[in-house]
Ligand binder design. Structure first.
Ligand SMILES: C[S@@+](CC[C@H](N)C(=O)[O-])C[C@H]1O[C@@H](n2cnc3c(N)ncnc32)[C@H](O)[C@@H]1O
Length: 264
């Protein structure tokens, strides 16, 4: 009984601390980075709509060779970035397939862009698209779009396109991309539109990665697309990343990744 009372008191004191923190968060969030992360985690826990079994799953270890090398930089994440492990997965995929061209929908601060470039061959071009920040009221970041890759060794092979992914002209890249990463407009219609554009960009052996597969409109748009077009979209276990493989121009289940083309 004494122990139960002690536990209840501890729990009450913890609950009070949480309540106090929740009350002060709106004041500290704009200035304290750690609190922004805390808010994000609390929000995910209380209101997150992550549902298991939406997609079949594949483990990262099933996709990459045991000898794979991955180099990840700019690991600390902002709330709008992919997580540390997701960044590692994306870098591992790029490293394994050795693409000649990558397209990213949604640059934000360029953390993923930089890691895509760093983990791809020296001849690989990385094209990344983002709205000018003043045109995107729904996205808040303190730094410039692409700031994490500015003045890096990779910046010369990163092509930054300003515009709406639904309307920018990507025809020069049609059929010529081995990897597309979609992480821009997270509405159901937005992700479907971006996915249909991505399908046109793909080379015969290629793959698409999506972020937030279990969140926002993506969790509805992507399974719908998979159903309607019979696409074997899988979730990478332990992440919010979905993937779709193309082999010889046809959608295919996930497989161990290898170089998609010989260097020119
Ligand atoms: C979640 S962030 C991208 C994060 C980034 N890919 C990363 O891994 O760190 C989404 C970005 O997409 C941009 N965005 C949203 N809708 C867009 C659209 N329709 N066209 C272009 N960019 C868009 C936002 O301005 C924001 O920078």
């Amino acid at each position: 009984m004494k122990r139960t009372l002690a536990e209840a008191t501890r729990l009450e004191s913890a609950a009070l601390k949480v309540a106090l923190k929740a009350l002060t968060l709106p004041l500290t969030v704009p200035v304290v980075r750690r609190d922004r992360h805390l808010l994000w985690r609390l929000f995910e826990t209380c209101f997150g709509s992550q549902r298991p079994s939406v997609y079949p799953e594949v483990a990262l270890g099933e996709l990459v060779e045991p000898h794979s090398e991955v180099r990840v930089v700019e690991l600390p994440s902002e709330t709008f970035n992919v997580t540390e492990f997701e960044l590692f997965c994306i870098a591992a995929v790029a490293s394994a397939i050795e693409p000649a061209r990558i397209v990213e929908f949604g640059t934000a601060d360029g953390r993923t862009t930089l890691n895509l470039a760093r983990n791809s061959p020296a001849h690989c071009q990385v094209v990344t698209i983002n709205l000018p920040l003043e045109d995107d009221a729904g996205h808040v970041q303190d730094t410039a779009v692409g700031s994490r890759f500015l003045n890096t060794a990779e910046s010369s092979r990163i092509v930054q396109i300003w515009g709406d992914t639904r309307t920018v002209d990507l025809s020069p890249y049609q059929g010529a991309c081995q990897l597309v990463f979609i992480d821009a407009d997270h509405s159901e219609e937005g992700v479907v539109a971006d996915s249909l554009t991505a399908l046109k960009l793909l080379d015969r052996d290629a793959l698409i990665l999506w972020h937030d597969a279990l969140r926002y409109g993506v969790q509805r748009g992507l399974p719908r697309l998979a159903r309607e077009r019979q696409l074997p979209i899988h979730l990478i276990s332990g992440t919010n990343l979905a993937c779709l493989f193309f082999v010889d121009g046809k959608p295919a289940p996930p497989r161990r990744l290898s170089r998609v083309r010989e260097p020119a």
